[in-house]
Design a protein around this ligand. Sequence first.
Ligand code: PLP
Length: 418
Amino acid sequence: MTVPQKRPAEDLTVTALDNRIAEEPALNGHSNGANGHAVSSLPTLDASKITITRADPNARTVPTEAEANSGNETICTDHMITVSWTAAKGWANPELKPYGPLSLMPTASVLHYATECFEGLKAFRGYDGKLRLFRPDCNAERMLMSTLRISLPGFDPKELEKLIEILMSVDGPKWLPKERAGSFLYIRPAVIGTQPQLGVQAPKEALLFITASFMPRMDLPEGGMKLHTNPEDMIRAWVGGFGYAKVGANYGPSLLATAEARSRGFGQILWLYGPEGYCTEAGASNFFMLWRTKEGQLQLVTAPLDDKLILDGVTRRSVVQLARERLAGELEVVERKYTIDEVLEADKEGRIVEAFAAGTAFFICPVSEIHHRGIDVKIPMGKEGKIGHYTAKLKGFVGDIMYGNEQHPWGVVIQEQE
Ligand SMILES: *Cc1c(COP(=O)(O)O)cnc(C)c1O
């Protein structure tokens, strides 16, 4: 039997992804997707169908931030949301229920073949008393992209966004109370393949779940973030790989180098790529250099998205957009490939102004040093040695939206159930 070819064989992955999207009714709104693929009539992810089982509100007290972050276990809020999916029955009704263990068979796909992807976003208690998410639509869309990349089931990202809002509307008032203005909780949606069958294949069962938890503040480490470039025998992601997707498979293998860098006094790895040594990301954060060009132009430079090596960070995107909108007269924003040799040269010529990592976990975190093959590049950290002028400015723009000092469409207010 011959399979009709819609695209050249070289485009197998692109074709597979297109077909998955075409089959997903929530993403099409038609009975037939693109390519004439039959659209499934099975139940889609639907937040309005949620069932709610409440935890005893007095069973657990809310720890202080310091207490919550002092142990070896992430402290989650009272509730979590789970939604199961099977190829035969589609998405089940979402469940909001007390936080607790999941039940999985030892043969579950995720435990053997890394069929897992995740998201990370924060809920912020504003200085105006309101609870906000920051651009949750971006996280929901990215999670759909990651999910499809590892053959897990598609869904309407708007429904995922609604589920996140429901969890925070229930747990926000108690776990991120109004007295804690300026604090945040960390929200972790994930999808895993749960089919209990060994064999390398796309899972026919999956589970989407969402938790909310404490997470330490990591945006102002003493002396700034120190980066160590990756060892020559290890890369994080590669062209044609999946560095652009937030899949668990990207992270486990990076821990070896990160642990080694930590033992040498560095916080994160600056991941370089290729024989040219292109600067890509800092740990699991995007990376920005602020320097003067040889011509004297102040330039904020960060790695591009088009080769799909790096993650399209929501923080990165926001920094790029706000810098272009609000600092246009002072600096130029450039998304391009740049090498570690360019960084070393700029250092020699005294052109480095600042550097920072940007991501949900580290927020906008000043970088004070890059160590590369025996050379230490020291990076200015502002007048008081804590954070540079432009890094602070950009952090202020984004932070003001998160904590409601500035009303902005990116700050999505949650209606709380009190
Ligand atoms: C999550 C992540 C980022 C940051 O993305 P945000 O959306 O800003 O949190 C950057 N790089 C990698 C590899 C990541 O996993």
